[in-house]
Ligand binder design. Sequence first.
Ligand SMILES: NC(=O)c1ccc[n+]([C@@H]2O[C@H](COP(=O)([O-])OP(=O)(O)OC[C@H]3O[C@@H](n4cnc5c(N)ncnc54)[C@H](OP(=O)(O)O)[C@@H]3O)[C@@H](O)[C@H]2O)c1
Length: 329
Amino acid sequence: MRASWYEKTGPAIDVLQIGTMETPEACDNEVRIKIFASGVNPADVKLRAGQSSYGYNFDRVIPNSDGAGIIDQVGPGVSKNRIGQRVWLFNGQRLGRAFGTAAEYICINVNYVTELPDHVSFDEGATLGIPGLTAYHSVFADGSVNGKTILITGGAGAVGFYATSLASWGGANVLCTVSGDQKAKRALLAGAENVINYKTEDVAERVDAYTKGKGVDRLITVDFGGDLPWMTSIMRQNSCVSAYASDSDKMPRLDFFSFMRRNIQIRPFILNSLPQQELNSACSGVNRWLVEKPNSLRPIAKKFSLEDIIEAHELVESSTKFGTVIVNP
Ligand SMILES: NC(=O)c1ccc[n+]([C@@H]2O[C@H](COP(=O)([O-])OP(=O)(O)OC[C@H]3O[C@@H](n4cnc5c(N)ncnc54)[C@H](OP(=O)(O)O)[C@@H]3O)[C@@H](O)[C@H]2O)c1
């Protein structure tokens, strides 16, 4: 099969190679998927760059966690009825796995493979793994959001956009922070009722005015450390903060008592190793949303051929993308 791989970490242009590898065979509880679309997420490029490792140390890595395609082989323990099924998947190159989705085929445990509804393209399917599931868990892990007020920071990011769409589908009143007019339009398109430019406006003041001093029930943050200075001032009693990144400050100091006195729960999490039950719940929840909101935007930033995977990784690193960058093997 054609595949892209790296044998040492570093800049995409220095380490990503393209060539031919043996096509894998499905083992116990695995399916083999012919990949039509591979999603490139920030964590994929951080792993390739050597900025994070999860303790992996492989001789060769096929990058990218997410993808979509068609099951063409099943291993022992998996029903043959699944052959020919259109699917989306995540955790390709994760959790001790070296071989991800930047290849014509992948073999992976069925736990990470979900049927793709007919109206969703393979390219769109490859946006659902990390962005869709992270967004789903951020929004719903603390229970129903119906009638709740939620602030989502970075509402135009890949995860933030899906979190905004899902929260609004779930009946929440959603406020988003963004960094400019174009991103504001995207967050509004996803279903935000109002947006705050966190670069030019006082977030706490704007939230206070919008909520008439009551604050928010939930905060979903893309930058826990960056949001800390105003965080507790906008949270209601018994509210929750769901945090999936903190790139501007990886070791933030926080005022424990201000969280404790208001019973503010903090939920930092990493999608790939959540308990299987939570992952199942997120996969079926995302599919329910796809069916109930078939016309929702599933943003694709740009598509690349496998030969152009270096550019695809560089686009993710540029921080200028809207949606998920796709590679078509
Ligand atoms: N924990 C997990 O399981 C998990 C899962 C998925 C992603 N992540 C991490 O989450 C981060 C975002 O991923 P993504 O795929 O959504 O990336 P993305 O598509 O590049 O979006 C990130 C968005 O966040 C915005 N942003 C950054 N800092 C912000 C701040 N302080 N306040 C408000 N907005 C801010 C960015 O816009 P501006 O810079 O223009 O504001 C951008 O729109 C990455 O670090 C990724 O590794 C973690």
